[in-house]
Design a protein around this ligand. Structure first.
Ligand SMILES: Cc1cc2nc3c(=O)[nH]c(=O)nc-3n(C[C@H](O)[C@H](O)[C@H](O)COP(=O)(O)O)c2cc1C
Length: 190
């Protein structure tokens, strides 16, 4: 895959083959990509928790709100849930402002996951208190993002936006459609 193919293929995926185990070494390799990513003032304040066992995945799942636009969908059913999670946190002992570091790190991780044959979802809609309790995360760490990962079973199609409707949706075959704005709408000529 060249870079364009990799970026195009790195779509948000929310349904997985749950029984497919993701090795810890793979997750560590993804964090190495985050480690090499840009960081405001080179503070590098991000810390990561890695989970790849059914027990922990089950404990993390209730803290996540899935796909806000799919009102009828409660999130992935048993058997189609993520088989690994990465929790991205800010280390408050380094700084209390993380700029866009976690977004950049998250994209590096997602690109690496795609390259390794996995897919996933960045999640900011988190029941943070619940997750902190469940994983015993000390107050020193601010919970910034969860990355849910797994072997994708979802078919995803990118559409041009129609009528300015940005909401992703699913068709009768459960194919996931993501509307993207056209390039000429993004590049301004003032
Ligand atoms: C910062 C951020 C937070 C997100 N939070 C959630 C979330 O809480 N739950 C969810 O299901 N998807 C979440 N998403 C995924 C977006 O819905 C997804 O990126 C969007 O629909 C576009 O799809 P694409 O990633 O395939 O381009 C988040 C994405 C980003 C970048």
């Amino acid at each position: 895959m060249n870079l364009k193919e990799l970026v195009y293929k790195t779509r948000t995926c929310r349904r997985f083959e749950e029984s497919h185990h993701i090795d810890l070494k793979i997750l560590e390799g993804l964090i190495d990509l985050a480690r090499m990513s840009a960081s405001a003032a080179n503070r590098q304040p991000l810390k990561y928790l890695l989970y790849n066992t059914p027990d922990f995945c089950e404990r993390i799942f209730p803290s996540i709100a899935w796909a806000g636009y799919l009102k009828e969908w409660p999130g992935p059913l048993a058997g189609e849930r993520p088989s690994a999670y990465i929790v991205i946190m800010g280390d408050k002992s380094i700084t209390e402002t993380y700029s866009v570091d976690h977004g950049i790190a998250a994209q590096s991780i997602m690109l690496g996951a795609t390259e390794a044959g996995f897919g996933g979802c960045m999640i900011a809609s988190i029941k943070r208190d619940l997750l902190r309790d469940e994983l015993k995360i000390p107050e020193r760490f601010e919970i910034l993002l969860i990355l849910a990962l797994g072997k994708p079973v979802e078919k995803i199609i990118v559409d041009d936006i129609k009528d300015n409707d940005i909401k992703y949706w699913r068709d009768e075959k459960q194919t996931h459609h993501v509307p993207k704005r056209r390039l000429d709408e993004l590049i301004l000529k003032l």
